[in-house]
Design a binder for this molecule. Structure first.
Ligand code: PLP
Length: 510
């Protein structure tokens, strides 16, 4: 009898009660999110120490589990959705996004073939085409939804590899007598290029990093020279990855010139628009898409800039059939479910089982509409430029890169005599670049440790700089003003500490 009670699902009445409780929990969480610490201050291992190490023998109540979420999980998180979370690319969620995720959960379908879920397949095709229309890609680009841009670039390069050395798919690189391929990406491009080369057997070292100009954009003449040198050295140039919205500064590579070089050398052009492509939804940003019509593949991450929660990335390939040819493989047990003349998304990548990701995107895109999405992105650009003005007006700080989309990189330059009052004695008028690096790093660390905001740091021209990524729908001008005030105050405090330490060293710590 006892065992029987353990069969099946929760009773419908009980489930309804739990759902109502959860609805309130989610609404309360969203409402109070801004008052939580952005990041925890626990030591590593604190979460594990607060939870039983042994798996439960008997089932526990939902109330108890949710209680532990409140007690251990929520305080142990970096709240990426917090309005003062300004790290990475201004990650966001929204109420429509949460509703979309909730609707997806009970459906729990496998979007591997059309027949295993026609709606999941056809909605994916629809949503992918909506994004294509917003980005204004030519019609011949078809897309597929993956989890991440890293997976997208790997699939794109697999097609490039197959087209440059047919039958690698069947016989492997050595069996097919493939040459040593080279892939080119700027110094500022994302490390997913190397990850793809590792996974495809192309070799991490065969991703060649092309120098960038003063604005962190790929230098096409350097690219041209590197390709010519590699050809002389009997390498086979395979592909160029041009980035629209690089990870550190959101810089945009000169795609039309890179496209010309790819055409001349019969190379694959992949555009990494993981972050930047979404901004092409703004009519005033249409120039971002210059040259995209000449690409072979383009990655767009709606989970970075089109308000879709992680994970949702789209790989577009000019003539999607090229991607299908490389990855289609139908084992016998799936033959009945692979109706011909229908799109089976399992054919377009290595994954068989696939989540119904398109549903949440469809809910969000319909809730905001193009206008709502554009207005929100425009506000993020406005805030980024406003912050840049504040930085410009304080002589202790300097811009470290041009503001691009929602990304602002800047550097505290250390004490300037007469501007920072550091107490008794006067600060050294000039500090070494290394000390300034340390100050910038300390400011970020201190702010993040305070739990009141979250920023990131990066290196540009070998120097440490602070970086703010805007894009969270909850972040307002007031939040940004508070963060700027916090940065200024923390910089002064870090300076005071650094100066005091220097003073103590000079005087033997007296
Ligand atoms: C420009 C760029 N490309 C690709 C990626 C990888 O994205 P994903 O996490 O979706 O693999 C990132 C991540 O930040 C990125 O900034």
């Amino acid at each position: 009898m006892k065992n029987r009670q353990n069969l099946g699902d929760t009773s419908p009445e009980e489930f309804r009660r739990q759902l109502h409780e959860l609805a309130d929990w989610i609404a309360d969480f969203r409402q109070t999110l801004g008052s939580l610490r952005v990041a925890p201050n626990d030591k590593p291992g604190a979460i594990l120490a607060a939870l039983p190490a042994e798996p439960p023998e008997e089932g526990e109540s939902f109330e108890k589990i949710l209680g532990d979420v409140d007690r251990v999980i929520v305080p142990g998180m970096v709240h990426w959705s917090h309005p003062m979370f300004l790290g990475y690319f201004g990650w966001t969620t929204s109420s429509p996004a949460i509703l979309g995720e909730i609707i997806t959960a009970p459906l729990n379908v496998n979007a591997m073939t059309w027949r295993t879920c026609p709606a999941a397949t056809e909605l994916e095709t629809l949503v992918v085409d909506w994004i294509r229309q917003w980005m204004d890609f030519p019609r011949e680009f078809g897309g597929v939804v993956y989890d991440t841009a890293s997976v997208g670039v790997m699939h794109a390069l697999a097609v490039a590899r197959e087209e440059a050395a047919p039958s690698v798919r069947k016989r492997g690189l050595i069996g097919a007598g493939a040459p040593v391929f080279r892939i080119y990406a700027s110094e500022q491009a994302h490390s997913s290029a190397e990850k793809a080369a590792i996974a495809l057997g192309l070799g991490e070292e065969n991703v060649q990093r092309v120098p960038t100009d003063a604005h962190f954009c790929m230098d096409p003449s350097a690219l041209r020279e590197m390709i010519a040198r590699d050809v002389r050295d009997t390498f086979k140039p395979l592909a160029v990855i041009a980035t629209v919205g690089t990870t550190s500064t959101a810089s945009v590579d000169p795609v039309p010139e890179i496209a010309r070089i790819c055409r001349e050398n019969k190379m694959w052009l992949h555009i990494d628009g993981a972050y930047g492509a979404g901004f092409a939804i703004l009519p005033e940003n249409k120039s971002l898409t210059n040259g995209w019509g000449e690409a072979d593949s383009i990655v767009v991450n709606p989970h970075k800039s089109l308000f879709v929660p992680l994970d949702f990335s789209v790989l577009y390939v000019r003539d999607l059939e090229r991607l299908r040819r490389v990855f289609t493989l139908v084992p016998e047990y799936l033959r009945g479910d692979t109706v011909q003349a229908q799109k089976n998304y399992m054919d377009y990548g290595i994954q068989l089982g696939r989540r119904f990701r398109a549903l949440k995107a469809w809910v969000i895109f319909r809730s905001f509409g193009r206008e709502g999405m554009a207005a929100r992105l425009r506000e993020c650009v406005r805030l980024a430029n406003l912050l840049a003005e504040w930085i410009k007006s304080d002589e202790r700080f300097e811009a470290a890169a041009p503001v691009s989309m929602g990304v602002v990189c800047f550097r505290f330059m250390g004490p300037v005599a007469g501007v920072v009052d550091v107490g008794p004695g006067s600060p050294p008028p000039a500090t070494t670049e290394d000390k300034i690096d340390q100050l910038n790093s300390d400011i970020v660390e201190k702010i993040n440790a305070s739990g009141r905001a979250y920023l990131t740091q990066t290196k540009l021209n070998d120097r440490t700089v602070m970086r703010i990524g805007l894009g969270n729908v909850l972040t307002t001008e007031d939040h940004l003003g508070n963060v700027w005030e916090m940065i200024r105050k923390t910089a002064e405090a870090c300076c005071r500490t650094a100066f005091q330490e220097g003073f103590d060293n000079q005087t033997g710590g007296a």
